[in-house]
Design a protein around this ligand. Structure first.
Ligand code: SF4
Ligand code: SF4
Length: 98
């Protein structure tokens, strides 16, 4: 069989539908869950700024919670929070919930 050149190979890795990543609920990968303490939070939005998955829910520059559908549990939000308002806990603590 003749070897194909790069011009003969079908183009791959194309995203032809904007926003398609919403379909991939990356939260299923999580082994640690960030728990937000609203009483400690000063709405500095550092967690929102640094979250790699846009999983911090904010409205009008105020934190409103964490979107567990997409949060992968990396712990960045807890690491950058200046008020220790986010605690990382094992997912096993929540077995049987939601
Ligand atoms: S644990 Fe990681 S992915 Fe989840 S909200 Fe915090 S920074 Fe975002
Ligand atoms: S980093 Fe901490 S204090 Fe700042 S908005 Fe997030 S949870 Fe609140």
């Amino acid at each position: 069989m003749a070897q194909k050149g790069w011009k003969d190979i079908p183009i791959g890795g194309i995203i032809d539908t904007p926003g398609s990543a919403r379909e991939y609920k990356t939260g299923t990968w999580r082994i640690m869950r960030p728990i937000w303490d609203v009483n400690k939070c000063i709405n500095c939005m550092q967690c929102w700024l640094f979250c790699p998955d846009l999983a911090i829910i904010q409205n009008d520059a105020k934190m409103e919670g964490i979107d567990y559908d997409y949060c992968k549990g990396c712990g960045t939000c807890a690491a950058v929070c200046p008020k220790d308002a986010i605690e990382m806990r094992p997912e096993t603590d929540f077995q049987g919930e939601e």
